[in-house]
Design a protein around this ligand. Structure first.
Ligand code: URA
Length: 259
């Protein structure tokens, strides 16, 4: 791979910026300054530095963001703040995109990646990756919700009914519900609770597969994540474990300001 391509794939530099830095002597390969942008490098084995800092190669990049309310899930938008705007300029690598979406007024775990193939597996209903939400409801959770959700809620879409896949739900407080979904229809959680006569006041996604939103990660902050975390996000999971985690760490999410 060419050195300039290596740099534009691993940093937020444009091709022009990368070329200028290489020509200025700011880039070394295996300890020696290299001033030709088309120099061939072995991405996995050569040691590349930029202004003295190592540039570690990774084929794909993943970030786990604690999305706050008020930010839209998009890569760019002419008017509104997007989740990618929350990344530091040096982390805004080319081809990064949100993996799935959360509504503007939903908070919680959002993965951002340039690995479109794995992102598709994670999002596609075919692969049954579970997403877990905590919903603060207007009215108390009713004992008949779990059966109604398991039977598949019907959502009104224009003149037609849209059948949801079976979903699990459980109460962790009188007005706090945990919901496990394997698909992502538009406003799905809000519309499912509306279909049973309730209303979602606040919504948080706290888990994907077995990958949990770290309780010490404040809103608007993010972490790079690696293969084992991505594998966790694809793993089969269980609503009772998710409920225990959520009850322990997120049941007062909207009460105190600690997030
Ligand atoms: N369901 C919703 O209603 N909103 C979200 O952001 C995610 C799931």
């Amino acid at each position: 791979m060419r050195l300039d391509r290596f740099l534009t794939g691993q940093t937020a530099l444009s091709r022009k910026e990368a070329d200028a830095l290489i020509r200025s002597g700011a880039v070394t390969v295996n300890g020696a300054a290299v001033r030709k942008p088309d120099t061939a490098v072995h991405a996995e084995t050569d040691a590349v530095t930029l202004r003295g800092n190592p540039v570690i190669y990774s084929e794909f990049h993943w970030f786990l963001l604690h999305k706050p309310e008020g930010v839209i899930t998009a890569a760019r938008d002419p008017k509104q703040k997007t989740v990618l705007d929350l990344l530091k300029p040096e982390d805004r690598l080319p081809r990064l995109a949100p993996c799935g979406r959360l509504d503007k007024d939903t908070a919680g775990m959002l993965l951002i990646t340039d690995d479109g193939g794995t992102a598709h597996t994670m999002i596609s209903p075919k692969h049954h990756v579970a997403k877990y939400y905590l919903a603060q409801l207007r009215d108390p959770f009713k004992p008949d919700y779990p059966a109604a959700f398991r039977n598949g809620i019907l959502l009104r879409e224009g003149d037609a009914d849209l059948q949801c896949q079976p979903a699990e739900c459980a109460a962790i407080g009188s007005r706090l519900a945990v919901l496990e979904l394997h698909e992502g229809k538009y406003h799905q959680v809000r519309r499912m609770f509306a279909a049973v006569g309730n209303h979602v006041e606040k919504l948080l996604r706290f888990q994907i597969g077995t990958l949990q939103l770290p309780p010490d990660l404040p809103q608007k902050c993010y972490l790079p994540i690696f293969n084992k975390d991505v594998e966790s996000a694809l793993k089969k999971s269980d609503i009772s474990d998710a409920c225990a985690f959520c009850a322990a760490y997120y049941s007062s999410y909207w009460i105190n300001d600690s997030f």
